[in-house]
Design a binder for this molecule. Structure first.
Ligand code: THU
Length: 136
């Protein structure tokens, strides 16, 4: 099964009773392993989690920490791009050039990269440049 089919299939399990907007995400790691996630909403709205976050959690739980490619599937005629928080989460594990495929139910609508989604990302290097103990 390809990455799109995986994302499409997991999307069916999304728990989205509040927005009615189901999303599926699938990640492929450099070793070929694949992890999937769907959005999981909550009656306390801010507690909901995105599909990308679920896929990342499954990947890390399985002992993988490198993302090679991502597919996000939603029922939208225009490409649904990851939210700001998910862009940062993807950047934690993916190189800037990692492709992110944005798909509708019928297949790919657009293609971008993790780096293009989050230019100027906050990274560990910023903290390395700080002066230790210089805070209040
Ligand atoms: N959502 C995702 O799961 N991923 C995205 O990339 C965009 C938005 C979810 C969050 C929420 O459950 C619903 O879509 C509506 O915002």
């Amino acid at each position: 099964m390809d990455l799109f089919d995986t994302a499409l299939r997991v999307r069916a399990n999304a728990h989205a009773p509040y927005s009615g907007f189901k999303v599926g995400a699938a990640i492929r790691c450099p070793d070929g392993s694949v992890f999937a996630g769907c959005n999981v909403e909550n009656v306390a709205y801010p507690e909901g989690t995105c599909a990308e976050a679920g896929a990342i959690a499954a990947m890390v739980a399985a002992g993988r920490t490198e993302i090679a490619e991502v597919v996000v599937v939603a029922d939208s005629p225009t490409p649904v791009t990851p939210c700001g928080g998910c862009r940062q989460k993807l950047a934690e594990f993916a190189p800037a050039e990692a492709p992110v495929v944005l798909a509708g139910l019928g297949g790919e609508l657009a293609r971008t990269t993790v780096g293009a989604l989050l230019p100027g990302a906050f990274a560990a290097g910023h903290m390395a440049l700080a002066t230790p103990g210089s805070g209040p």
